[in-house]
Design a protein around this ligand. Sequence first.
Ligand SMILES: [Fe+2]
Length: 388
Amino acid sequence: MTQPIPSFSYHLPTAIEFGHGALARLPALARGLGGQRALIVGDPGVERAGLVGRIADVLSQTEMPIAIFTDVESDPDIRSVEQGTAIAKAERCDFVIGIGGGSALDTAKAIGLMLTNAGTIRDYVGINKVPQPGAPVVAIPTTAGTGSEMTIWSVLSDKAQQVKISVGSTYNCPRVALLDPGLTLSLPPHTTAATGMDALTHALESYVNRATQPISEAMSVQAMTLIARSLRVAVAQGDNLQARADMLLASTIAAMAFNSTRLGLVHAFAMPLGAKFHIPHGLVNAILLPAVMRYNLPGNLPKYAHIAEIFGERVENRSLRAAAERSVEAIEQLKQDIGITAKLSAFGLSEDRFDEVVDEALQSGNVPVNPRQPTREAMKAILRAELE
Ligand SMILES: [Fe+2]
């Protein structure tokens, strides 16, 4: 039987600059983008680590005037975008450099959008609602997980409403992702573990979902291969540059996979659980991934069997179903090896809140592409399995 010819769109507007010491390329990149004044966006941790100062030093060769905004909170509120945009406008910045984890990069990207688009970032919630390209953004990740440096998405919090909002637009892709694995060397083990599991969840959810296509599949396989090889080492030996390079590359490649496919049920849950219970994004994904995999297995046995192989499980002489089940065991073992033991109840989730979590998760655009259409009861069972 012949397979249908795939039909899809794949668009990638972000240039990648990768290498140990790649930060030194920033002045040439800044000149190439034609910016006159840069706003550097980071979070207080990045500033304390001296990275904002390093960017300012590196940029001083260009004599480009800079402004600095480092009040980005974790799970940034819309207010962070408004504050940063106000500074950029007051200083007449026409170019944004984001440095940090997903929160800093998502905020930097949204500020870039708001420098050329009217109204507030709330006007652009959803997908492809932004009318104009934003100001150019160079994204410099210091964690290996969110992939924000490559994606169309900015995830922000509306803390007053206790919800997360997502702005997705091809105009929200950074112009350049500047990837220097040396910048991730000081990440502590628990952050390395949680962000690495976020990258894995991106690659895996994109790979098994119903919207995937051959380009994203290839990216997912490569990202999972790198993660299988190097996440344990990056957690166990934070100063191992090879493992850090693998993880940074994996995070970016996973984002290149999911940018055009969306994700799945883990990320659908991550939005309400992050907004209402403040569970760090990577950690909530890590908690839920094996339970969601176990539920999703029947939707795509061959892909789950392949994931088992990527993670070094022996699958020969097993039935397809048994091989697929090995993928769940492999990820559970990985979690154990990198020290992730948290459960949802530790963050205040209890059974009486399941309905509101499920209601909100079901609104996610990640649900229709999930390999198995979930029932409310199945979703509650997944939460219950990881409650305590
Ligand atoms: Fe994620």
